[in-house]
Design a protein around this ligand. Structure first.
Ligand code: ARG
Length: 274
């Protein structure tokens, strides 16, 4: 079985993934919360809970390219009119006016929130539920905010990253009104494979978390949002896209992120077609 694409709005179908199957075999006793928590399914604002665990409030304007998407995912402004998010947050490619992007605020309920509808979605070509977890959403009009550049070399795939989102602040917890942020250290492919085995696709995924300790992580509803760090010039650069994990902030299960550098050239050329 493979992870499947998710409907953009309702129709709550639990994603069946290879991880899911192995995990069920491995730890039958872990329970429904954990099973739901490892799904790639985005969490709508009204759905049951599991943003950032171990985080603190982001300041207004601190991450100006952060976007909240109406299906319950995060994203980042790749250009002023294109949001980079996760493939598992969208249902396919084509014209799509059903998604609303909310930007320019840390408080989703703020009256100064900028809300713009989607016009098109481009899901990563060949996405089948494992790896390749990226997608682009074209907006009906540009948003006049700074964009986040993406890493196109592996040189930033190390160090300490920042993550941010409006997802759950604890496993099983509710979605958040205010944007949370946290710092998470890089976890090597070897260490991440030790946790996830063959479910990890090392060439396409990059892991982060505090191994052996946990407590800080992204979580349900953060999917599609950026993992980023400072580049050599001190500018923010996106190295990951929130993708999946077993539970949230567990000591032995780091967060798994789409490795942006792997897909940078595809993302760039896909964006040019939108
Ligand atoms: N798949 C989740 C979502 O749709 C993201 C889970 C991230 N999990 C983690 N432990 N880092 O929001």
């Amino acid at each position: 079985m493979t992870r499947t694409a998710q409907p953009p709005t309702k129709g709550s179908v639990l994603t069946v993934s290879k991880t899911f199957v192995r995990f069920v075999k491995r730890t039958l006793a872990t329970g429904a919360v954990a099973l739901a928590a490892l799904s790639l399914q985005p969490t709508t604002a009204s759905a049951s809970p599991t943003p950032v665990v171990g985080g603190t409030r982001a300041a207004q304007g601190e991450f100006p390219w952060m976007v909240r998407l109406s299906m319950g995912c995060g994203g980042a402004l790749y250009t002023q009119q294109i949001v980079l998010t996760a493939a598992h947050c969208v249902s396919g490619s084509g014209n799509n006016t059903s998604i609303t992007a909310t930007a320019g605020v840390v408080d989703l309920n703020s009256s100064s929130a900028i809300k713009v509808r989607s016009t098109k979605v481009l899901q990563a070509p060949g996405y089948n539920g494992s790896g390749k977890d990226w997608a682009l959403i074209k907006l009906a009009k540009p948003i006049n905010l700074p964009t986040l550049k993406i890493a196109d070399t592996t040189q930033y795939n190390n160090g300490t990253f920042t993550v941010a989102g409006w997802g759950a602040a604890r496993e099983g917890g509710p979605q958040q009104r205010y944007l949370l942020k946290a710092d998470v250290p890089f976890v090597s492919d070897a260490d991440c494979q030790a946790a996830y085995g063959n479910d990890l696709i090392p060439g396409e995924e990059i892991c982060a978390g505090i191994l052996g300790q946990g407590g800080v992580d992204t979580c349900q509803g953060d999917s599609g949002g950026p993992m980023f760090r400072r580049d050599a010039a001190g500018a923010w650069i996106q190295v990951g896209i929130v993708s999946w994990g077993i539970g949230c902030a567990r000591p032995d299960y780091p967060g798994v992120y789409t490795e942006v550098s792997t897909f940078a050239s595809q993302i760039r050329s896909a964006a040019s077609t939108l």
